[in-house]
Ligand binder design. Structure first.
Ligand SMILES: [Zn+2]
Length: 273
């Protein structure tokens, strides 16, 4: 296929995906039990965001608080909330209970290790910082950072204000994200597999591989969780050293991108100070 045709194809797939998300989101928005709010309805969050990002106004972004069952029915499963950039809206569950059914032992153990009970406001502050990033970007400001990392670290002071310790921040808020990042690091995962006695997995089928994972789950899960926790603590440490008070917004408004964390790529503007 010609490069131009390929770009057009990607473009139309993106359009389709957007339209599909829009349709589902609108069903949540229009549901009788969904409540429309804005940042001003959450004074604690509002004063935090204003103090942190004084130049960026997100008060026009509607926040739709909806029942878990409504979110699930529209296939927003496994997320506490989401910011939808092209619609400029936030959807958030009235009570956070992200439970995706585990089909094997590995998934079950991992879920037990990472499934914390989170406050709705803790999710909302995260989504609002995505909105801050999006609005700043739209206004033509150029900052460079990984979107998710930008969001996660800029929530730290909010959790602190609520009296949450670093340990709890990492365990309750950062862990699922950090676990994804450990998964994404193939050389790190390869060494974890090796330590847990999983070798020669390259040639086997997905089903067989999953069987191997489940068989070793009680060794694998704690090791992955430990690596993820260390990553979370490192994120907080780097943020405290270099990032606090610095307005950092992601490159493009690609909030939907799969998170990839490479600490070496953190691009804090006042690194030298
Ligand atoms: Zn996010």
């Amino acid at each position: 296929m010609h490069h131009y045709q390929m770009l057009k194809k990607i473009d139309s797939t993106k359009k389709q995906m957007r339209a599909e998300v829009e349709e589902r989101a609108n069903k949540v928005v229009k549901h009788a039990t969904t409540a429309k709010k804005s940042i001003v309805d959450f004074p604690l969050i509002s004063s935090y965001i204003i103090q942190k990002f004084p130049e960026v106004d997100v008060s026009h972004i509607p926040i739709y608080v909806s029942h878990s069952s409504v979110m699930d029915r529209q296939k927003f499963k496994g997320v506490g909330g989401c910011f939808i950039p092209h619609m400029e809206i936030i959807l958030v569950r009235s009570s956070i209970h992200c439970h995706v059914k585990a089909t094997n032992k590995f998934d079950r153990l991992m879920q037990e290790a990472t499934n914390a009970k989170i406050d709705m406001e803790d999710v909302l502050v995260h989504e609002l910082i995505h909105a801050v990033s999006h609005v700043a970007n739209r206004d033509g400001r150029s900052f460079k950072n990984n979107e998710e990392e930008f969001v996660y670290t800029n929530c730290v002071d909010f959790y602190r204000q609520k009296g949450i310790s670093n340990e709890r921040i990492v365990e309750d808020n950062f862990l699922p994200f950090c676990v994804e990042n450990v998964y994404a690091d193939t050389s790190l995962m390869r060494s974890v597999y090796y330590r847990c006695g999983i070798v020669g997995a390259e040639g086997c089928s997905v089903t067989d591989f999953n069987k191997m994972l489940s068989k070793r789950a009680s060794h694998l899960v704690p090791q992955i969780v430990l690596l993820a926790k260390n990553m979370g603590f490192q994120m907080i440490e780097l943020y405290e050293k270099y990032g606090r008070g610095v307005v950092l917004v992601a490159d493009e408004a690609d909030a939907t991108q799969i998170p990839t964390t490479r600490f070496s790529c953190l691009n804090f503007e006042d690194m030298e100070e």
